[in-house]
Design a protein. Structure first.
Length: 235
């Protein structure tokens, strides 16, 4: 009569041998994380280089057609080797995987623009420039924040923002009338809008993306009284 414990032990050892032969053929999993590309002042102009990334995670309801909420930890940086055909821009989100002790992400193709009127808005950081007879002409990055908001920081006590509400491009300039930007009392002039809080879309082109806004007449006395006359948004 065979010993049942010995049979069980032999079967267990046989199972271990089988798993030992199968395991090397199984693909090994790789750690991955979502990162938002940033610009630390030395951003590469080509792929196959190290880019600065910020750890990010997603939130929001998991429903069909729902939009995710992006949360970015701007206090930590992740060096990411970006490969592929497309050079990422600040604000892009990429999936980085652990490969050979480094974080590696692939960037390819051109992300589709955000459908809006009169043009699709490129899903990347844009540039807003302006003319000012008192403070001088200048420009600032209009940073892309998914899923569909572009905004600057505080510049000359104003913040500029671009989005797509109701299928129409909205451009707003928020002016801080008292206190310091961004915590003081503010008023906004925008397009589409009406005086005394309006701006006029003077002209636009879709390829390349270009918007030209003007302060016409008494549309926005707060801005015109500070020397502003034109705003330009370009990719």
């Amino acid at each position: 009569m065979s010993n049942p414990y010995r049979v069980l032990r032999d079967r267990t050892e046989g199972g271990r041998d089988l798993m030992g032969r199968i395991a090397p053929a199984l693909p090994s999993s790789s750690a991955a994380q979502l990162v938002q590309i940033g610009n630390g002042g030395h951003m590469p102009t080509a792929t196959n280089a190290i880019f600065l990334g910020y750890p990010a995670f997603l939130d929001g309801a998991e429903t069909e057609g729902g939009s995710p909420a992006y949360h970015v930890d701007g206090t930590r940086t992740v060096p990411v080797l970006v490969i592929g055909s497309r050079v990422p821009v600040a604000g892009d989100f990429l999936v980085a995987r652990a490969v050979g002790g480094r974080w590696v992400a692939e960037s390819g193709g051109t992300p589709p623009g955000l459908p809006c009127w009169p043009c699709q808005i490129p899903r990347k950081t844009l540039t807003v420039s302006w003319t000012n007879s008192q403070l001088g002409n200048s420009s600032a990055p209009l940073v892309y924040r998914p899923p569909g908001l572009w905004s600057t920081g505080c510049v000359n006590q104003i913040i500029m923002a671009l989005d797509c509400l109701g299928g129409i491009i909205q451009f707003a300039v928020t002016f801080f009338v008292s206190g310091s930007c961004p915590g003081g009392q503010s008023q906004s002039c925008q397009s589409p809008g009406y005086e005394p809080f309006g701006l006029t879309l003077a002209d636009s082109t879709c390829s390349p993306f270009h918007l030209h806004y003007q302060i016409v007449g008494a549309e926005c006395p707060l801005l015109s009284g500070s020397g502003y006359t034109d705003f330009f948004v370009d990719q």
